[in-house]
Design a protein around this ligand. Sequence first.
Ligand SMILES: Nc1ncnc2c1ncn2[C@@H]1O[C@H](COP(=O)(O)OP(=O)(O)OP(=O)(O)O)[C@@H](O)[C@H]1O
Length: 610
Amino acid sequence: MQDRGLHQASPVDNLLDDGAGGHSSYLVRYAHRPLLFILRYVRHRAPSHSIVITSVLAAVGCAIASQYAIKNLIDVLSTPDPGDLVWAAFIILTGLIAADNLLWRVGGWAASHAFVTVTGDLRRDLFRHLTGHAPGYFADRLPGMLASRITATANAVYTTETMFTWNVMPPAVAVMGAIALLSAVNAPLAGVLVIIAAFIVAVMFKLADRGQPLHHAFASKAALVDGELVDVIGNIGVVRAFGATMRERQRFSTTVDNEMDARRRSLRYLEKLRLLHAALTATLTAGVLGWALKLWQQGTITTGDVVLVCSLGFTILHASRDLAVALVEVTQHMARLGEALSTLLLPHEMREHPRATPLAVRGGRVEFDGIDFAYPGSRPVLRDFCLRVAPGQRIGLVGRSGSGKSTVLALLQRFYDVQGGCVRIDGQDVAQLAQQSLGEAIAVVPQDISLFHRSILENIRYGRPEASEVEVMAAAEAAGCRGFIGAMPQGFATVAGDRGIKLSGGQRQRIAIARAFLKDSPILLLDEATSALDSESEQAIHDALARLMRNRTVIAIAHRLSTLRDFDRIVVMDAGRIVQDGSPAELARRAGPFRDLLMRQTAQAERAAA
Ligand SMILES: Nc1ncnc2c1ncn2[C@@H]1O[C@H](COP(=O)(O)OP(=O)(O)OP(=O)(O)O)[C@@H](O)[C@H]1O
C-alpha cells in the first residue's frame, strides 16, 4: 500500500499541469461527470484501492461460502453415521467465518488510507483550479459558498467511496454469489429470485433517479447557508454599524428554513422508497420460504437445502434492499458532488497563452493602445483608450468615481482580457506573458488593503517569500512601520486579525507599502485610500511612498490632488476617456476639469482649517 504520501503534490496535479497554466482544462471536463471525476482519483491511488476491493470481494465470497458450509454441516448431521465428517464440516465453517471477519478488517485498514488520500488529492486540485480564476469569477460568488463546495466535494467523494465499498459492492456480489449457489440447488427458484431481485433494484433505482432534483435543490440550498454565514461574519462591522443584527438574523433564519425544507423533502422521498421496498421484501420472503417448504414436502430438496434456500433467499432480498437503498444514497451524494463540480470546475476565464513567455523587463514602459473594454455582461467602460507611460515616469490618474481608473490598473495586471487593442509592458503584450512574471513585475498598494490572518512578519514577507528577516525589517523601516509594530504586544509576531482588523487603516497601508518595498518591482500601482488619515499618519505614508516610488514607473489613482504635487504627469479621465493630460503645474494653470477639482479641494481644505 505504498501510495504517495499526503504531503506530496497530488499525482493528479502533476498530470494535469501541462506547463502552460492550462491544467484547468483537464479538470473542467469533469464539471458534469462526477462519476468520472471520482474514478480519476481512484485510478491514481490504484494500489490501495485494489487492496480494499479485493479484501471486500473475498470477504463477501467467504460469507456466501459459509452459508453453503452450514448446509453441508446440517446434511452431515442428518446422515446416520457422520463420524469425523462433522468435524471437517465444523473446521470449514469456522475457517470461513474467521476469514470473512479478518478480510473485512484488512479492507477497512486499506480504505482508511485510500479514501482519505483521495480527499486530500482532490482538495489540492480544486484549490489550485479555484485560485486560477480571474477576479471577476470571485466578484460574482460568495467566498463561503465556494469554500463549502470544496468541502462538500471532498465529503461527497469520501461518502460515495465508503458507501460503494461497504454498502453497494457487498450486497451486489452477495446477490450474484447467492444466485449462483441457489441455482445449484433449485434452478427455477433461483431464476425467479433473479428476476425479482433485478426488478426490485431497477424500480428502486428508477425512483431514486426521479428524486435527483430534490437532492440537487437541497445541495444548493445547503451551500447558500454557508455562503450567507461567511458573508455576514465577514461584514459583521457593517451589520453592527447599521443596527442590522435582527435583520440579518431573520434573513439567516429564512435561508435556514429553506434549506431545512429542501432537506426534509429530499429525506422523505428516500423514506418513501424504503417503505416501498420493505413491503415488497416482506411479501417475497414469505413466498420464498413457502415455496422451499413445498419442495421439501415433495422430497425434491433436503433439510439442508431448505436452510440454504431460506438463507440465500433472505440474502438476495435483503441485499437487493441494501443495494437499492445504498444506490439511492450514492445518487444523493453524486448529486451534491455534481452540483459542487459544476460550479467549481468552470473553465478559467483567462487562460495563459499557449506560447506565453516571461516578461523581459527593460525599464517598465507601459502602453495602453486603443483599448476597448467592458466587464462581462456590462456596458463598455473604456473605448479606444490610449495611454503611454515612459520608464520611471510617475503619473496620477484623476477623475470622477466610475470613470474607469481602477479598470485601467486591473487591465495592466491582466485581471481581465481586453476586447480590443493591446496592453504592453516594455513592448510585450500582457496577454502573451507568463502570468507569474507579470505578477512579479508589478507591485500594488491597493485602496482596500486586506491582510491575512497571519503574523505581521508573514504579511510583509508576502511581497517576497524568500526574503530574510533582516530584509523584512528593512522594508518595514522604509515603510515607516517599525514604530507601531514595535508597540504591538508581540511585535512582528502579532497576528493581524481577520483581514487585518487589528490594525488601523493607516497602519495597514504602511504594511502594504512595506510589502511593495520588499517586492521591489519596476512598476508600482497605487490606489489611494479615500479615508481621511490624521496628518501625522498622512505625512508618514507620504514620506514612505516617496521613498517607494523612486526609480519605478508609477501609476497612481489619486483622490486628494495634494498627493500628486511631485508627479511627472496627471491624466484626467471621464467616462472611460482621457480628457486632460499634462504636468501638475500645467494643468493647474489651464482651465478644465483638473483646475476645477483643484479649486474645489483647496476651498474644502480652507473651510476645514477655518
Ligand atoms: N467587476 C465589475 N463588474 C462589472 N462592472 C464593473 C466592475 N468593476 C467596475 N465596474 C464598472 O466599471 C465602471 C468603471 O469602474 P472603475 O472602478 O474602473 O472606476 P473608478 O474610476 O476607479 O471609480 P472609483 O474612483 O470610484 O474607484 C463603473 O461603471 C463600474 O460600475
